[in-house]
Design a protein around this ligand. Structure first.
Ligand code: 13P
Ligand code: SF4
Length: 327
């Protein structure tokens, strides 16, 4: 028992020392630390800016820094590089990828385009720079409906890679034919409808707030569906005092911190994205020290991917460089 307590104290001391080291290195390298909402609690604590994938990329443009340390997964760091060609973008752990983003390849997307030559290609930002470069426009989970609606002259849309987000968009934009891709988030599909119903029974006053990457039957029993950034806004504005949060568990940290008078529950402990959790304080310190791992998207891929991102930002009323709040 005593050794257990010592271990915990050592751990805390270790983390405090790492935080001091990161702060020092950050000043020396003129860096900014940008952290996604799903990151470990202690990594969220060292954030200069935290938020959802799109807001972070936009905030990166505004940041007065030479170096961006992106604590998230690779497609987010890539977007930051596409939008910030003059800055050095570092991803602390190079293996931190998004399995859903890997579920679409350029060759297969081209085949699909050939099959549906009149369709526009909309790609979720959870995709590689190469896929963005092949697409007409990007979207995020917060603006996907608006982006598809904006394609006035297009009746058909190839939506990649997330079939669940695509299906959610189809329900909300019935006048278009959405051609779904067989991609999905291995983390968000882990929760079942039965688990949501059980959580609702256990917490009958709670509202269910779910991410659109969840399976359709889960979304069908949810009270509100939105992006991670949208969850902060929704919870703050809601009169409810209790919420069942159906997305990656990292969200709970700031929701609890920002709303101490409200209660938050998870329907299962399995909502953990393994690659999001690879980034630790130790890796952030190493990243700044060794200036690893640089993510740079350049040339033709960067130019074409930039256009798809820029179109999205124009539709959703934000231009690259727009100043955003943390989410
Ligand atoms: P947000 O853009 O809503 O933060 O989502 C990113 C993500 O990876 C969801 O799984
Ligand atoms: Fe990718 Fe899912 Fe992890 Fe988000 S939660 S980064 S979509 S695997």
């Amino acid at each position: 028992m005593i050794s257990h307590i010592y271990k915990k104290e050592d751990d805390l001391k270790y983390k405090e020392n790492l935080k001091k080291k990161i702060l020092k290195l950050k000043k020396e390298k003129h860096a900014v630390i940008i952290v996604h909402n799903y990151q470990r609690d202690e990594v969220q604590d060292i954030a200069d800016i935290s938020g959802d994938s799109l807001a972070l990329s936009q905030a990166a443009v505004e940041a007065d820094a030479k170096v961006i340390v992106f604590c998230g997964v690779d497609f987010m760091a890539e977007s930051a590089s596409i939008l910030n060609p003059d800055k050095i973008v570092l991803l602390p752990v190079k293996e931190a990828g998004c399995p859903m983003a890997d579920m679409v390849t350029v060759e297969r997307l081209r085949e699909k385009r050939n099959k549906y030559p009149d369709a526009a290609v909309v790609c979720y930002v959870n995709s590689s720079a190469q896929i963005k470069a092949e697409s007409d426009i990007c979207c995020t989970s917060s603006n996907a409906i608006q982006i598809v609606q904006s394609l006035k002259d297009c009746k058909e849309v190839i939506f990649v890679p997330d079939k669940n987000l695509g299906r959610y968009v189809q329900q909300n934009v019935p006048d278009k034919n959405i051609i779904l891709w067989e991609g999905f988030c291995p983390t968000h599909i882990r929760v079942s409808k039965e688990e949501i119903l059980k959580a609702k029974t256990d917490h009958s006053e709670a509202e269910v707030v779910a991410h659109p990457e969840c399976n359709p039957d889960v979304l069908s029993v949810s009270d509100h569906i939105c992006s991670t950034g949208g969850m902060f806004k929704y919870v703050k504005a809601s009169k409810s005092k209790e919420f069942i949060i159906v997305t990656e568990s990292g969200m709970l940290y700031r929701l609890r911190k920002d709303n101490p008078d409200k209660k938050f529950y998870v329907p299962t402990d399995r909502l953990v994205c393994p690659t999001m959790k690879l980034t630790t304080l130790g890796w952030v310190a190493h990243s700044l020290e060794a200036m690893e791992h640089e993510i740079r998207i350049s040339g033709d891929i960067r130019d074409r991917a930039y256009k798809a991102l820029e179109r999205m930002l124009n539709v959703s009323g934000e231009k690259p460089g727009a100043s955003l709040a943390g989410y």
